[in-house]
Design a protein around this ligand. Structure first.
Ligand SMILES: Nc1ncnc2c1ncn2[C@@H]1O[C@H](COP(=O)(O)OP(=O)(O)O)[C@@H](O)[C@H]1O
Ligand SMILES: [Mg+2]
Length: 285
C-alpha cells in the first residue's frame, strides 16, 4: 500500500511538473512513451484492416437471455442501455474523452453486465469503434458472460507486452473489439500501475483508433486496484445494486471516485420496480 501511494505521488508530481497553465479538476491523461517495442511489432496496417483481422465471435440468443444482455435482445430490453449509451456518449464527446471505467462500491453490483451492455449498445452505432477490456483483474468474468470459456485469454501477458492485441482480442460485429481475460492476476494493483500497462494501452489506442474504450474494473471498496488504475482513464460510471448497496456505500464510493477521475454518474442496477415482468432493470442519474 505504501509503495502504491509513493508511486501515485511520484506520478502526480511528474504530471504537475509538465503541467501548463490552470489545471482542470482532473488533468488530461498524458500519453506515455512506450519503453520497449511490443513483443510482436505492430504491423503498419490501417485501423480498418486491424479490426477486420480480429477473431470474430458470436453470442447465442440463449446466452444473451441467460446473461441479461438486454442490448442484444432488442426492443424494450435494450431501452435502458440505449439511454445510458446516448447520455454517456454525449458527455464524453463534449469533453473529448475516450476512456471510461465502469466500477461499483462492492462486488456483484453488475459492473460486467452493464459494461458489456453499454459496449453493445454503443457498437450499434456503425460509425463508432468501441473497445471493451476486462480490467477487473482479480475477478475476470467477461469471457464467461459472453460464453467464451474456451480461449486462453491472458490479459497479464498482453499488459506485459508479451502478446499483441491483434492476437489477444476478439471482435463482435464489425466495430466492437473485446479484450478478455481468463486468469486472475495475483498482484493486480502493481500490474495496473506498471509503466508497461500504460504504454500497451497507448499503443493499442494509437494503432486501433477506437472512439471509446470501456474498462470493466474492480470495485472501489476492499482493494487498491482503482487507486492504481483510474489515472489512466478520462471518466467513470459507478454501478450500484439497488438490492444490496447502501446509500452510504454509494456516497463514499462516489466521493472516492471523484478524487480519482471525472464521475459521469451512478447507474442504479437491479431495480425491481422498473421491470415488473422479470423483476430487474437499470436506472441512470
Ligand atoms: N439488472 C440485473 N438484474 C438482476 N441481476 C443482475 C442484473 N445485473 C447483473 N445481475 C446479476 O448479478 C450478478 C453480478 O453481476 P456482474 O455483472 O457479474 O457484477 P460485477 O461485475 O459487479 O461483479 C450476476 O449473476 C448477474 O447476472
Ligand atoms: Mg465483474
Amino acid at each position: 500500500m505504501e509503495r502504491l501511494e509513493a508511486a501515485m505521488a511520484k506520478a502526480r508530481a511528474a504530471r504537475k511538473a509538465t503541467k501548463e497553465g490552470d489545471a482542470p479538476d482532473h488533468e488530461p491523461r498524458q500519453a506515455s512513451q512506450p519503453e520497449t517495442e511490443p513483443a510482436r511489432a505492430a504491423p503498419n496496417a490501417r485501423p480498418d484492416a486491424l479490426w477486420s483481422g480480429l477473431k470474430e465471435i458470436s453470442i447465442s440468443n440463449a446466452q444473451a437471455r441467460k446473461m441479461r444482455l438486454g442490448a442484444l435482445m432488442g426492443a424494450e430490453f435494450a431501452v435502458p442501455y440505449d439511454i445510458l449509451r446516448t447520455r454517456v456518449r454525449r458527455q464524453m464527446r463534449a469533453e473529448g474523452w475516450k476512456r471510461l471505467a465502469v466500477t461499483s462500491p462492492n462486488k456483484a453490483c453488475g459492473k460486467t453486465t452493464v459494461s458489456l451492455n453499454l459496449a453493445l449498445a454503443m457498437a450499434r452505432q456503425a460509425d463508432l469503434r468501441v473497445m471493451l477490456l476486462d480490467f477487473d483483474l482479480r475477478r475476470p468474468s467477461l469471457a464467461g458472460l459472453m460464453g467464451q470459456q474456451g480461449g486462453a485469454y491472458d490479459l497479464a501477458a498482453l499488459l506485459a507486452g508479451e502478446r499483441d492485441f491483434s492476437e489477444h482480442a476478439v471482435r463482435f460485429g464489425p466495430n466492437l473489439a473485446i479484450g478478455l481475460n481468463r486468469r486472475a492476476v495475483p498482484h493486480s494493483a502493481e500490474m495496473l500501475l506498471a509503466p508497461s500497462t500504460a504504454s500497451v494501452l497507448d499503443e493499442i489506442e494509437s494503432r486501433f483508433k477506437p472512439d471509446v474504450i470501456i474498462f470493466d474494473t474492480a470495485p472501489m471498496m476492499g482493494n487498491d486496484d482503482n487507486l492504481a488504475f483510474l489515472g489512466q482513464v478520462d471518466c467513470a460510471l459507478l454501478v450500484a445494486a439497488a438490492d444490496s448497496t447502501s446509500a452510504r456505500q454509494v456516497d463514499s464510493s462516489e466521493r472516492d471516485l471523484s478524487g480519482l477521475t471525472n464521475v459521469l454518474g451512478t447507474v442504479m442496477n437491479k431495480c425491481r420496480y422498473l421491470d415488473e415482468r422479470d423483476g430487474y432493470g437499470s436506472e441512470y442519474y
